[in-house]
Design a protein around this ligand. Structure first.
Ligand code: MRU
Length: 343
């Protein structure tokens, strides 16, 4: 299944607001409708937003709509603006714009498979040692090789890309190689991408998993319940500072304290060479409504205020490695996205 694609002159995408109850596809024929879908997170996740941005320009080339608002529909994931800019270079040639958008789609699929393999190799290397998976009660023994317990946040699977995904793609590869003991998925308030989307994807791949509340992450790491933390990224600064779903920073702090490797998995397109450090990354504020209510049911008393930054920034000194589709950047050895290669 492709999360987003170009079908008969329009965009078709899975409406992620309806999962896990219903898996329905939306057909999007205008830039205005695409902006609405992006803002309400019907399509989300940095790589998928890059493809959506490029395909949105293909729509604009046909409808004549402006693309500025599309480029700015969500500010943190650099992939959205990148996808728009890449496709817009070919305007007004509608065929050339579409060809570039389809190329971005295909590149994203290939990148996700490469990251999954590179990331699984790295995780195996970082977690060498005796199998501890029985200690958590998660598995029934490893038969001599080490099976790995992963902790992750938000949704970084195929739903966040076109197929396969980033950090959850690594989990899938570990599972396919018989190396996965369990995934601990944080539920990821306020919009519950972990509970709704990651648990759904792990179930579909038949991978063992348990859902945990967001606040328990550092405690479970301190108790030795995971061998590695794997996250995706929305924007990576040139020095390796990484913006990702709110709660990632807490996990990084907990992982450092517990001596657990903390690995970011993202395509090269998520690295923003124009941003030198994480404090310059714009963090989307989604307003109080999502915190004060769930599915329209109010949680807090009338008059309660709320803060709702959708992302945080993990400083590079808390990151073990960044895995892209082209390389492994050993941040713990002083490498940065820039100094270790082309970004
Ligand atoms: O608000 P979302 O659901 O778009 O946030 C998504 C994330 O934070 C993901 O971890 C990130 O985009 C990487 S997706 C492979």
């Amino acid at each position: 299944m492709r999360t987003i694609d170009w079908v008969d002159g329009a965009i078709e995408l899975v409406d992620q607001t309806r999962l896990p109850g219903d898996c329905v596809f939306l057909r999007i024929e205008t830039v205005a409708d695409l902006i609405g879908a992006i803002r309400r997170l019907a399509v989300r996740g940095a790589p998928a937003l890059g493809v959506a941005g490029a395909m949105g320009v293909a729509l604009a080339a046909r409808t004549g709509e402006p693309i500025d608002a599309l480029r700015a529909a969500r500010p943190t994931a650099v992939n959205l603006a990148w996808g728009v800019d890449e496709a817009a270079r070919h305007l007004p040639d509608a065929d050339a714009v579409l060809a570039r958008a389809l190329e971005i789609r295909d590149d994203d699929i290939a990148a996700c498979y490469r990251m999954s393999a590179l990331g699984a190799d790295l995780v195996r290397e970082l977690t060498e040692g005796p199998d501890r998976s029985d200690a958590s009660g998660a598995s029934g023994g490893s038969g001599g090789f080490r099976r790995i317990r992963v902790m992750t946040i938000c949704n970084t699977g195929g739903l966040a890309a076109v197929e396969r995904g980033t950090a959850l793609g690594v989990v899938q590869t570990l599972h396919e190689r018989g190396l996965l003991a369990e995934t601990l998925a944080l539920e990821t308030r306020p919009l519950l991408q972990g509970a709704r989307l990651t648990a759904w994807e792990l179930g579909r791949m038949g991978a063992p998993h348990r859902l945990v509340v967001d606040g328990v992450g550092p405690y479970l790491l301190a108790r030795g319940a995971a061998d590695v933390v794997l996250i995706g990224a929305d924007r990576i600064a040139a020095n390796g500072d990484t913006a990702n779903k709110i709660g990632s920073y807490s996990l990084a702090l907990g992982a450092r304290r517990a001596g657990v490797p903390f690995v970011v998995v993202a395509p090269e397109t998520t690295i923003d060479p124009a941003i030198t450090s994480g404090d310059r990354i714009e963090i989307e504020d989604r307003g109080p409504g999502e915190v004060l209510s769930i599915h329209g049911v109010r949680l807090a008393p009338e008059g309660t205020g709320a803060a709702n930054p959708a992302f945080d920034v993990t400083p590079h000194d808390l990151i073990t490695a960044i895995v892209t589709d082209r390389r492994v950047i050993r941040v713990d050895r002083g490498e940065t996205p820039y100094e270790s290669g082309t970004a």
